[in-house]
Design a binder for this molecule. Structure first.
Ligand code: ZN
Length: 215
């Protein structure tokens, strides 16, 4: 029987199945590569906790706090003396800048208009990779960060100025320490902050020992 139809289908089927085989092989290769590049580093244990310092100037006393709905381990820093706007934000530890930009939207809260429209998210922010899977984050800064992605920073180096961009009620620094994917209790100068939950409002005062400023 010759209808012409089956032979046409056959000639089309062969290249199609070859294409499928190539696609399957590519997907498999991508999966293996993905496991090698993403999963293997994830499984590697974190390095020892760096000796983080407070992200504010040496010798100054700041209030560290949290409140219900903040997020576990997140810390808000307010100075106990002087104007908050524009205060230097310092790297807690040496590392490489991995984010320097805008998270969410800036809003319009400035020193001239402190009750201006609230933005969303973190506003001007910086993230620093300290190696060994340790990271720190600095949110709500006043102006574009003073550092750029890829830049190496020293402990105590200024990375920005304190502000109220993003979802922020008043000028303050929102700060986090992370180990791998997890937020962890912030430690400063080797001592835990005591901020581990956002179940209730909690504040504590600490004095910065971030005294090795370079640059
Ligand atoms: Zn916060």
């Amino acid at each position: 029987m010759t209808t012409g139809r089956p032979s046409r289908a056959r000639t089309h089927r062969r290249p199609r199945s070859r294409t499928v085989r190539v696609l399957v092989a590519l997907v498999a290769a991508a999966a293996v590569l993905g496991i090698a590049v993403v999963v293997v580093p994830m499984l590697r244990p974190a390095g020892p906790r760096p000796l983080f310092q407070m992200p504010v100037s040496c010798g100054e006393t700041w209030q560290l706090g949290t409140y219900p709905g903040h997020d576990d381990f997140d810390v808000d820093l307010f100075p106990t003396e002087g104007e908050a706007w524009g205060r230097p934000v310092l790297a807690s530890y040496a590392g490489t800048v991995t984010v320097a930009g805008i998270n969410g939207s800036l809003g319009g809260r400035t020193p001239e208009n402190p009750q201006g429209p609230r933005g969303r998210g973190g506003g001007y922010w910086v993230k620093i990779d300290h190696g060994g899977k340790w990271e720190t984050q600095y949110l709500h800064m006043l102006e574009p960060p003073l550092v750029e992605v890829g830049q190496k920073v020293a402990q105590g180096e200024q990375i920005g100025r304190l502000g109220s961009t993003g979802n922020s009620g008043a000028p303050h620094l929102h700060y986090e320490q992370r180990r791998g994917w997890d937020k962890v209790e912030t430690h400063f100068d080797g001592a835990p902050s005591g901020i581990t939950t956002d179940d209730r409002e909690y504040t504590v005062k600490r004095t910065s020992n971030n005294c090795r400023a370079v640059s």
